[in-house]
Ligand binder design. Structure first.
Ligand SMILES: [Zn+2]
Length: 192
């Protein structure tokens, strides 16, 4: 695995002991490394926090979920919540679902769209319910992303690309179903 330098953030090849760029000693064990990144996420310098969030996402570090949620909730810096939301999606931990659901309705547009994508990556019943609700979002970008996310989750689950066509007022109807029966969640009366 690539080893990131926590001094200058260069990615060093696996097995490196010293950073190729700045010469800093690299963390031998991943636990110390991740702990440092988690500390960096709560640092006041936005760029440091943003890079740390990105790396934690790449590492799929579940230990960082709470810190990233904190970053999403407390940061006023442009770009930081986006990075934290992306990382939460890559990590794919259910603990982030409620926070992402909240963001879809309360944050600014780029974050809302990224929250939809993150929910797609996390998947599961609750994420799907939230995405279904987002189909009726007043922003066309959000509702379109939600539709794409539901399609992606559905085809991942069923191994087929069932298509949903948005109709007026955000309602959805299946236009091709294939030989599989639709799971109940897609067949709630809301969509019939
Ligand atoms: Zn370095």
């Amino acid at each position: 695995m690539v080893i990131y330098c926590t001094s200058c953030w260069k990615d060093n090849p696996p097995g490196s002991t010293d950073c190729l760029r700045c010469g800093a000693r690299l963390e031998a064990d991943n636990l110390t490394f991740i702990a440092k990144l988690i500390r960096a996420v709560s640092r006041p310098e936005p760029l440091t926090a943003q890079r740390a969030a990105w790396i934690l996402g790449e590492l799929k570090a579940r230990e960082a979920v709470e810190a990233l949620i904190g970053l999403v909730q407390n940061s006023q810096e442009m770009g930081l919540p986006e990075s934290a939301v992306e990382a939460l999606g890559k990590i794919g931990d259910d603990r982030a679902v409620e926070v992402l659901a909240e963001l879809i309705t309360s944050s600014y547009l780029p974050v809302r769209i990224k929250a939809v994508t993150a929910l797609k990556e996390i998947g599961g019943h609750r994420a799907l319910t939230v995405l279904k609700k987002a189909l009726n979002d007043p922003s066309p970008s959000v509702s379109r992303s939600a539709r794409e996310a539901i399609e992606a989750l559905h085809s991942a689950e069923m191994g087929t690309a069932s298509r949903y066509l948005a109709t007026g007022r955000g309602r959805c109807v299946p236009i091709s179903i294939g030989p599989w029966s639709l799971p109940a969640i897609f067949w709630s009366e809301e969509y019939q």
